[in-house]
Design a protein around this ligand. Sequence first.
Ligand SMILES: CC(C)(COP(=O)(O)OP(=O)(O)OC[C@H]1O[C@@H](n2cnc3c(N)ncnc32)[C@H](O)[C@@H]1OP(=O)(O)O)[C@@H](O)C(=O)NCCC(=O)NCCS
Length: 140
Amino acid sequence: MLTEDLDWVSEAEQGIYPFPWSRTNFADSLSAGYSSWVVQRDGEAVAYAVLMLVMDEAHLLNISVKAALQRRGLGSLLLDHLCIVALGFGATQMYLEVRSSNEAGLRLYDKWGFSRIGRRKDYYPAAQGREDAIVMRRAL
Ligand SMILES: CC(C)(COP(=O)(O)OP(=O)(O)OC[C@H]1O[C@@H](n2cnc3c(N)ncnc32)[C@H](O)[C@@H]1OP(=O)(O)O)[C@@H](O)C(=O)NCCC(=O)NCCS
């Protein structure tokens, strides 16, 4: 992900999440040097991800596929790539948080061998009140 991707990434993000990251969140991720990626298919940007690599840990901060193109293997492709990047960096574990109501996310991570290791109560804003995060981890 480069600075010139920020417009489409933040626009796509608004169409994917009810509580999206802002353009500034993505810009800050680039400034912080987080490992940030976009997937292009036939020249069209279709998915993106942000990974924080610290010591021997990888933290998946964002993984998103454009709404119209979900459930076609792009999320899996991207997650596979991120695991390879993390391994190359020397990470031994990947961690992430996912909304407890996010069935697609939970199933994706289950399928990829992530284990549910904890719950952060009221972690996310929700349409009504707050929502818990499920913390997941996978050995790389
Ligand atoms: C979660 C997300 C990244 C998955 O990417 P994707 O390209 O749609 O997923 P894939 O096609 O690679 O699917 C892989 C597996 O994930 C699970 N999955 C994906 N979408 C699903 C859905 N709508 N319902 C149930 N399971 C789903 C399935 O187990 C699927 O395997 P299968 O098709 O063999 O059953 C994508 O749906 C997305 O961007 N969602 C909105 C943003 C989001 O929630 N990101 C994760 C935040 S933690």
